[in-house]
Design a protein around this ligand. Structure first.
Ligand code: KDO
Length: 335
């Protein structure tokens, strides 16, 4: 009797164990892991928008796991990681996309986008559809929404008394760090400088040791990355109203229900909108703080920069990759 009872009890325990071992992974599977890789910091407004707006909106079915400062994947390798199924999301640049699809360089060209609102109009316009479709079909990456990074300016580590930047000619020979893709390097050259490719995470040290003479980024990034500590002057060239796309794995997307897809899309749009407002606010308010840290901020001859940069693109191999009529459409969506 006792033996039988024990056996029965053990049997039912095993059954419970079996049920538990089946049930637990099933519950874990219910929540997808959305891993995001960025070379931005945790306090970068785009990162903040993703963790404060995107993550809670998808929390019911997804566990958002961000990796900052290029720790998961090095800058510029994220799209390939998504494509290979090793990563769910990234905050991708048009310059990175241009590595795969040269026509994306149109969105990375100096003085094309006019402001944050223009970026949104362009991203949502039908002109963008063939671009998005190509990335989806050929790379397995969905571009969900457009994020605002800000107006990029030339920052130098030496004072204005040593080098005063009025026109592109004044940048001749200046070793300007630009991110490491062809479209970025071309922009550096178009500005008149001698560009050096380097990952974002190495820039602070390179400025402090003098390995580079300067770098270009918007004011919020200059503060977030503390570049102002190793910068003496900022020439407000506004050469690129810079953007990033919220890039998402098509494979993961296809595994979601239609309701979940809608939620992911809404979460991405909401995060982008929130981040945009915050970034604009910072961009408008940070000059005084940066000045108070001893950095001189001034406006060079913008007409000279615009004319020179635009001239460099005309007839370039980048411009040749732009589909007919797209630049005109982008311009028509401007102010
Ligand atoms: C940079 O490397 O200068 C850059 O600003 C380029 C952007 O496209 C973006 O990747 C950004 O770095 C990183 O997210 C760090 O802010």
């Amino acid at each position: 009797m006792i033996k039988l009872t024990r056996r029965a009890a053990l049997g039912s325990l095993a059954a419970i164990g079996l049920v538990a071992s089946v049930a637990l992974p099933a519950m874990a599977q219910d929540k997808q892991k959305f891993t995001l890789a960025t070379s931005g910091s945790e306090t970068d407004q785009r990162s903040v928008a993703m963790s404060e707006v995107f993550a809670p909106m998808v929390a019911e079915f997804a566990d958002y796991q961000p990796g900052y400062n290029g720790t998961l994947f090095a800058q510029g390798t994220e799209l390939e990681a998504i494509s290979r199924g090793n990563l769910t999301m990234s905050i991708a640049s048009a310059q990175e996309l241009a590595q795969f699809f040269p026509e994306f360089s149109i969105f990375a060209t100096g003085y094309v986008h006019q402001d944050a609102a223009h970026q949104v109009r362009v991203f949502n316009d039908p002109l963008m559809e063939p671009f998005k479709k190509k990335v989806e079909d050929e790379l397995g990456v969905k571009l969900l929404s457009v994020m605002y990074l800000g107006r990029r300016h030339v920052n130098l580590r030496f004072p204005r008394s040593e080098k005063d930047i009025k026109t592109p000619a004044d940048l001749a020979g200046v070793n300007l760090r630009m991110p490491g893709t062809d479209a970025w390097q071309f922009l550096g050259k178009a500005l008149g400088a001698a560009p050096t490719p380097m990952a974002f995470t190495e820039v602070y040290t390179a400025l402090s040791t003098g390995a580079v003479d300067g770098q270009d980024n918007p004011l919020p990034t200059v503060v977030d990355a503390k570049f102002y500590e190793v910068t003496e002057q900022i020439a407000l060239t506004s050469h690129l109203v810079d953007l990033n796309y919220i890039a998402f794995s098509k494979e993961t997307w296809d595994s979601l229900t239609p309701d979940q897809q809608l939620t992911v899309q809404r979460a991405a749009d909401a995060a982008a909108a929130y981040g945009r407002l915050k970034q604009l606010e910072k961009e408008n308010n940070l000059a005084d703080f940066i000045r108070s840290q001893g950095v001189e901020i001034y406006t060079p001859d913008l007409d000279a920069f615009r004319t020179h940069v635009q001239e460099q693109y005309v007839g370039s191999e980048f411009a040749e990759s732009w589909p007919d009529g797209v630049l005109e459409k982008i311009n028509a969506l401007g102010n």
